[in-house]
Design a protein around this ligand. Structure first.
Ligand code: G3D
Length: 181
């Protein structure tokens, strides 16, 4: 049933994308950058923000849900009908890689996210000395993920680099999955 709903929405060229990650990872800045909004006034997301982005002819409804520990238990409320999960990682935050892995693993066990593809945005790669793609792959044990199609894309919300590449993969992957061209 869910997949029928998904197909219907894809035909309407609409996708629901959930953007999650630990607090301070850069979720809100990514959304603002993609929408060409001023990124100098980003404040921590306490509740959630929904933005609709027009991308390659698709409407991407992006739910940016706050990541503070106290509100992570509410993430569940946003899972319904998710086509893709974007997991944003702060490439400069070595101290919380374990926390990040545990939260991601928990999400991937959620039944309602079973059909979603996973894009890992390794954000803040404009910062010198940040973690590499390989470090994060290992730190998050991405190679062990067999339940979801996934991709990791190093990016920067500040420079805008690779944001289109990541979203492009999300759109392409959802289309491939549903055999819709
Ligand atoms: P969140 O929505 O995931 O909680 P925010 O994160 O978008 O609020 O960003 C948290 C902080 O990280 C912000 O800095 C923001 O400017 C910074 N940031 C986000 N993306 C990048 C990036 O790609 N590169 C760098 N260098 N910084 C980034 P402040 O200082 O406002 O807390």
């Amino acid at each position: 049933m869910l997949s029928i709903l998904r197909k219907a929405r894809l035909k309407d060229k609409e996708m629901r994308i959930l953007m999650l990650g630990l607090d301070n990872a850069g979720k809100t800045t990514i959304v603002k950058r993609v929408m060409n909004e001023d990124i100098s006034t980003v404040s921590p997301t306490l509740g959630f923000i929904i933005k609709t982005i027009d991308f390659q002819g698709y409407k991407l409804n992006i739910w940016d849900v706050g990541g503070q520990k106290t509100i992570r238990s509410y993430w569940k409320n946003y899972f319904e009908k998710t086509d893709a999960l974007i997991w944003v990682v702060d490439a400069t935050d070595r101290l919380r890689v374990d926390d990040c892995r545990v939260e991601l693993r928990g999400l991937l066990l959620e039944e309602r996210l079973a059909g979603a593809s996973l894009l890992v945005f390794l954000n803040k790669t404009d910062v010198a000395g940040c973690m590499t793609e390989e470090e994060i792959k290992q730190g998050l044990e991405l190679d062990r993920i067999m339940t979801h199609r996934w991709m990791i894309v190093p990016c920067s919300a500040v420079t805008g680099s690779n944001l289109d590449k990541g979203l492009g993969w999300v759109v392409q992957d959802a289309r491939d999955r549903l055999f819709l061209y």
